[in-house]
Design a protein around this ligand. Structure first.
Ligand code: TYD
Ligand code: MG
Length: 454
């Protein structure tokens, strides 16, 4: 009985039974390859024919204490990991090529090694000499990290088994080559097989494994997110190439809070931690200008102040432009619609540009009111009161909703020299010394108070 072949698109992971030059689902050319099963023992035949062994079952209740985490002493990294590295965990660090993943992980490797973890760094992209040169430039050459340059996963696994490191870094998963899988390195089946082997190795041998993954142009790791499901923790390393800020963001973490961020600055001597990101994101700010609003946000467990900048100008086009950097464009459309429908302030015929300064991506609905304030301020050419920060969620009815961690937002603003907050009216607004609070029930009330007429 012959099994039907399965073909998979390396771009979108759609499966078909026939090979084709172009994928029907995503339209990509030459992306379809034949899918081979992982190993012969995982085929369905073995399950039907042979009886498996009985697995050991345990109760939820246990005396075992959770294993101690190891800190790198690089606080920004430790926080994103949820308080340090968990033994036997599998971590994926994704990001655009050239954003600084190898730099970050080489620095992390030396920090962990200096703190007593036996660490191996395997590069599939650069020769050992190149990695050593980089380490030298970064001033890390004395760290007890063992280096390897290899892409053959079988050799890598044998080496790891012999050396028994506590931490292995694989840079990158797209360069790894599994000899039982019959497609090119970087293809979905290769990446999946390599990630599977490495995560199983982590679990069975107690080695923490960090995989580096390049993100494809549409923001996915290795085509579809095949690897994200297999690992315990997924971190994204983001930033604009032109900016020096880099943000390490936990998007999934079995051992800590997701959405935690660590902020770094890329310098000539590698990545430097940014302990006080608010000060950095606001550093280029002068006196208040129309269209500029400071938002007191929460990233993970930490308050961060960022500046929203808006520009509103008459549009020469029949379809006005809506350009957004660092914020959700459909959320912007919603706020424009609410301003028009509830406050009678139209944006038709006007181009709208919205930007979060410093290259940070904000995803909190709590920024709604700051966005609305920036848009209005740009449209009316009137700046907000000096020393004011803004936060609050806007509902479709135009009502302002309270957001979480109000007190932390106020405290952070006060710490950075702000003196008042424009926010939703709450039943019990926390008192923070030195911060005046202006609470509003809805958007119309806010517009009337801050910008005069509606
Ligand atoms: P790299 O870590 O190689 O990126 P990735 O592994 O994500 O592809 O970083 C590459 C960029 O970082 C490169 O353009 C140069 C810059 N860089 C610095 O600015 N300072 C440094 O100390 C280092 C090592 C790199
Ligand atoms: Mg690299």
């Amino acid at each position: 009985m012959s099994k039907k072949p399965v073909f998979v698109c390396n771009n979108c992971a759609a499966t078909t039974t026939k090979w084709a030059g172009q994928c029907d689902s995503c339209g990509e050319w030459n992306s379809i390859t034949e899918e081979k099963p992982l190993t012969s023992s995982s085929s369905s035949k073995a399950i039907g024919g042979k009886r498996g062994g009985k697995i050991e079952l345990t109760a939820l209740d246990t005396d075992e204490v959770p294993p101690a985490r190891t800190q790198s002493k690089m606080d920004e990294l430790d926080r994103v990991l949820g308080g340090g590295l968990v033994p036997a965990s599998a971590i994926l660090v994704g990001g655009d090529p050239g954003i600084g993943k190898s730099t970050l992980l080489l620095q992390a490797a030396s920090m962990f090694a200096n703190n007593g973890l036996k660490t191996i760094y395997i590069s599939g992209e650069e020769a050992s000499a190149q990695v050593r040169m980089r380490a030298q430039r970064l001033g890390l050459k004395d760290a007890p990290v063992m280096l390897g340059a290899e892409t053959n996963l079988r050799d890598i696994l044998t080496t790891l088994e012999k050396e028994k490191p506590q931490l292995a870094i694989i840079d990158s998963i797209q360069t790894m080559w599994v000899d039982t899988v019959d497609s090119a390195p970087g293809s979905v089946s290769q990446v999946r097989a390599a990630a599977h082997e490495l995560t199983s190795f982590a679990k069975s041998k107690g080695t923490s494994v960090i995989l580096v993954g390049h993100v494809t142009k549409d923001g996915q790791i290795a085509g579809p997110r095949v690897v994200e499901h297999m690992v315990d923790t997924v971190l994204y390393f983001e930033g604009e190439r032109g900016h020096q800020f880099r943000i390490l963001r936990a998007v999934k973490n079995r051992f800590g809070p997701a959405d935690e961020i660590g902020v770094f600055e890329m310098t000539g001597a590698g990545l430097q931690e940014v302990r006080n990101p608010s000060a950095l994101f606001l550093s280029e700010r002068g006196t208040p200008t129309p269209g500029s609003v400071v938002f007191s946000g929460i990233e993970g467990t930490r308050p961060v102040l960022v500046e929203f900048q808006a520009l509103v100008a008459p549009s020469p086009h029949s379809q006005p432009r809506r350009t957004v950097v660092g914020w959700d464009s459909s959320r912007l459309a919603m706020i424009l619609a609410v301003l028009e429908a509830r406050c009678g302030i139209p944006f038709a015929g006007l181009d709208v540009y919205l930007n979060v300064a410093g290259g940070l991506k904000v995803s909190e609905p709590a920024a709604d009111l700051a966005v609305a304030a920036a848009l209005l301020s740009a449209r009316e050419d009137a700046s907000l009161p000096e020393g004011a920060i803004v936060f609050g969620e806007i509902s479709l009815s135009g009502a302002l909703r309270n957001v979480s961690q109000t007190e932390n937002r106020l405290k952070e603003a006060q710490k950075l020299g702000f003196s008042s907050a424009i926010m939703p009216k709450g039943e019990k607004t926390p008192k923070v010394k030195g911060m005046a609070t202006n609470g509003f029930e809805d958007l119309t009330e806010f517009v009337g108070a801050i910008f005069g007429a509606g």
